[in-house]
Write a protein that binds this ligand. Structure first.
Ligand code: NAD
Length: 489
């Protein structure tokens, strides 16, 4: 068995060493999960809810400790780590308290053709869900899948990112303290361990990570037709209409673009500003962004780039944007001082450049002028990604109609990431940002199979589901059919 070493991205110091799970270990863990899952499913909904709430209490009581592990492995400031724990706990609480209401058996209308039937619908768990997570929000993001999968009655095998194994271990240890069965287990390792999870006999995979890895995971899932949820990257746009509160919009763009060093799947990467207010907006963004400082200390606004390889991606995008005619309103390639990247604001960047097409995942903002909101919508929708977007406008009707027309899974009007703290709303993307949903009632259903049951209460008055149906019954059925559907509406 090999060893996985996690390091502090600022100092390079070893945070912890973990045994990496190979294929055989993953298989054993999945087998254990299967029997734990049967136990879990057979508990009463109230017992599952109580176990999840006990787990929640562990997260709350241990939040300072958990935040310290997040900080050690990702480098983010303690406030950012705590914010992520607080948001994750809100979702866990919602999933625990709403699972039964959303998934329980209910009667649905049987319809005229089946008046003699009682029709029942319920949502049953898949069994064992393999959850594969990223490093950027190592609690909030995987818990979006784990909480909802557990609440829906599944056992979970969680493969955290190789950059944040300690966080994954912390979550599984907390579970072990509140539940006698290994309903949640962790397997630690890099992509090979992730691949072993996908290729094991898990009943479903919830993947969060880059679109490229998602393609490999999807190809592997195809072998066994394993159902898959993909939460992938983004290239989110923020649109500033001429009537927007410019100060609020600039503040949101700066927080949405630079927060967590830009390492946010639904962070702001592109800003489209209506020409009339472009100069004023750019000045406000530049002023606010220049006051933001990265660092290793706790009073820094954001921390280092967690994954060393991402620094070169940021450098490539910035150089490419500048070489293609873009202008740096703040910073430039000199702002990249590994492991930190100081805020970079670019403008006039060509739409076909890397900085506009690919996920940068760094503390950069591209602010481009547009003729009007129509053009902003067209450019926003031209991205292969479609995770989230934002629009700033004082016109409610414009805000809502723009939200409808944006090809993304979520839209915030007059804020950024507005949906992140609303557990009842589903989260997920379009196109290269993935498919399927976590969070909310849709998130609970995502981790369940709808099960249809009919219960015949009496014989049908007109029964055609038999070989000896009388010609009279067929004629009556046809007459009723034409009366019901033959009038053109
Ligand atoms: P990544 O794709 O490199 O890795 C994600 C996970 O997949 C890791 O745990 C990794 O070990 C595992 N993995 C790698 N190869 C695998 C394989 N062949 N089979 C199975 N698993 C494999 O992504 P990352 O760098 O960890 O995370 C950053 C990405 O995640 C960004 O693109 C970001 O936008 C995205 N993200 C999306 C969301 C969302 O909810 N949509 C949330 C957070 C991050």
């Amino acid at each position: 068995m090999s060893t996985l070493v996690s390091r502090n991205p600022v100092t390079g110091e070893v945070v912890a060493e973990h045994a990496a799970a190979d294929e055989a270990t993953v298989r054993e863990v999945v087998t254990r999960a299967r029997s734990a899952g049967l136990w879990w499913t057979s508990r009463r909904p109230r017992e599952r809810r109580d176990a999840l709430l006990r787990w929640k209490s562990e997260l709350v009581a241990g939040s300072a400790d958990l935040a310290a592990v997040i900080r050690a492995e990702t480098g983010k400031p303690t406030t950012g780590a705590l914010l992520e724990v607080m948001l994750a706990v809100e979702h866990l609480d919602w999933a625990a308290r709403n699972a039964h209401k959303v998934l329980r058996r209910r009667k649905v209308a049987a319809g005229v053709l089946a008046m003699n039937q009682r029709a029942l619908l319920e949502y049953v768990p898949f069994g064992v869900v393999g959850v594969i997570g990223p490093w950027n929000y190592p609690v909030y993001t995987p818990l979006g899948s784990i909480s909802y999968a557990l609440a829906a009655g599944n056992a979970v095998v969680f493969k955290p990112s190789e950059y944040t194994p300690g966080v994954g271990q912390w979550l599984a240890d907390a579970w072990a303290r509140v539940c006698p069965e290994p309903v949640l287990q962790v397997v630690i390792g890099d992509g090979r361990t992730g691949q072993a999870v996908v290729e094991s006999d898990v009943d479903m995979v919830a993947f969060t990570g880059s679109a490229d890895t998602a393609r490999r995971v999807m190809a592997a899932c195809a072998t066994r037709l394993t159902p898959l949820v993909v939460e992938a990257g983004g290239k989110d746009a923020l649109i500033v209409a001429a009537d927007a509160d410019l100060d609020a919009a600039a503040g949101a763009a700066v927080f949405g673009g630079l927060g967590n060093a830009g390492q946010t799947c639904a962070g702001v990467e592109r800003v489209y500003v209506v020409a009339d207010v472009y100069d004023r907006f750019l000045a406000a963004v530049t002023e606010k962004a220049s006051a933001v400082r990265p660092g290793a200390d706790d009073s820094a606004a954001y921390g280092p780039m967690t994954m060393p390889g991402q620094i070169e991606v940021v450098r490539r995008h910035v150089s490419d944007a500048l070489a293609g005619g873009g202008v740096a309103a703040l910073g430039g390639t000199d702002s990249i001082r590994a492991p930190f990247v100081e805020p970079i604001v670019l403008t006039g960047v060509a739409e076909d450049s890397r900085a506009m097409r690919e996920e940068t995942f760094g503390p950069t903002l591209v602010v481009n002028p547009v003729r009007d909101v129509e053009e902003a919508i067209r450019l926003t929708n031209a991205s292969p990604y479609g995770l989230a977007a934002a629009i700033f406008t004082r016109d409610k009707a414009r805000g809502l109609s723009t939200a409808r027309r944006l090809r993304t899974g979520a839209v915030s009007v007059n804020s950024v990431l507005g949906f992140a703290a609303v557990p009842a709303l589903p989260f997920g993307g379009v196109g290269d940002s993935g498919f399927g949903r976590v969070h909310g009632a849709d998130g609970l259903r995502e981790f369940s199979r709808p099960k249809a049951v009919t219960w015949q209460r009496c014989r049908a008055p007109i029964d055609l589901m038999r070989f000896d149906a009388s010609p009279r019954a067929v004629r009556t059925a046809l007459r009723l059919f034409r009366m019901r559907h033959g009038r053109g509406h």
